[in-house]
Ligand binder design. Structure first.
Ligand SMILES: O=C(O)CCC(=O)C(=O)O
Length: 282
């Protein structure tokens, strides 16, 4: 199939309503971000990686595009990517991504308190309260998680400005989920867009459906990437996002030369730079 490029042309920047909801809840669900054909295409690609890598049960494989070049179309998917640049601006890249397959559990897994904010040591080494946003993430659902208990994405809505939640003295000590936690339900093709500070985890998969999802985390180019840089055919914007511009100059990573950046050029040509938004200032 042909991966959709720009068929949702009506989607440009994030709407004011989406922005208000994102600021309030820390996440948005984008229903039908992928067409049924796209779901089939990306599911086939993910299944092939899963078969090739012979994981014994669940797979959580970093560097989504380096490990599965077919996923490149997801990094600037027209149905979702405008949410990313609307929040972070044009000087961005994908710093972290993963391909996830979680078959139904055949026995209880050992307890581990999985609730976290993204960013690792960013959460210890930056002193502000609340912490800064710094990155956002998109999750694409390829399997049916329309019921809880299927390996759903769990969140505490509105927790992205809370630096600490109650948790056990060590992560293997059984501890209840946060009181306000919910399991986000989604159909294949839906996407979730979330602030990295939102407290989140994954529910156990007690269903008969293997849970399949792909995640992309975006941040500023002045924050180092964690992923491997992929080869293969990429569009100029995908090359920017995936670290393949061939530019390693610090001033460029700091955004001093916007004209060298394909995303800046694209937004400029479509009149989407916005002097009122610091991250989108021309
Ligand atoms: O797999 C999930 O639902 C949770 C993913 C997660 O924890 C993350 O992307 O940081």
């Amino acid at each position: 199939m042909t991966v959709r490029q720009g068929t949702l042309e009506s989607v440009s920047e994030m709407t004011a309503g989406q922005r208000a909801q994102f600021e309030r809840d820390g996440y948005l669900v984008i229903r039908g971000a992928l067409s049924p054909d796209e779901v089939d295409f990306y599911t086939d690609a993910l299944d092939q990686v899963y078969a090739r890598t012979s994981y014994p049960d669940s797979m959580h494989l970093l560097s989504a595009v380096a490990n599965c070049p077919e996923m490149a179309g997801l990094v600037d998917n027209p149905a979702t990517f405008p949410l990313v640049w609307s929040m972070l601006g044009w000087n961005i890249h994908v710093y972290h991504s993963h391909l996830d397959v979680h078959p139904p559990l055949t026995e209880p897994r050992p307890f581990r308190f999985e609730w976290h904010q993204d960013g690792g040591r960013q959460n210890r080494e930056i002193e502000t309260d609340p912490r800064p946003r710094l990155s956002v993430k998109l999750a694409y659902w390829l399997s049916d998680v329309s019921q809880p208990g299927r390996g759903n994405f769990m969140v505490v809505p509105g927790s992205h400005r809370t630096n600490r939640i109650d948790g056990p003295p060590s992560r293997d000590v059984p501890w209840p989920d946060p009181e306000a936690a919910i399991e986000v339900t989604a159909d294949p093709g839906d996407a979730v867009f979330f602030d990295r500070r939102l407290w989140h985890a994954r529910s156990d998969n007690h269903s008969t459906v293997t849970r399949k999802a792909v995640f992309f985390g975006y941040t500023y180019r002045w924050i180092a990437g964690r992923d491997e840089i992929p080869g293969g055919d990429l569009t100029p914007i995908q090359r920017q996002l995936l670290g393949r511009l061939g530019i390693h100059d610090g001033d460029n990573l700091w955004g001093h030369y916007p004209d060298q950046l394909p995303l800046h050029a694209d937004l400029k040509s479509r009149g989407l730079l916005d002097p009122a938004n610091p991250a989108l200032r021309p």
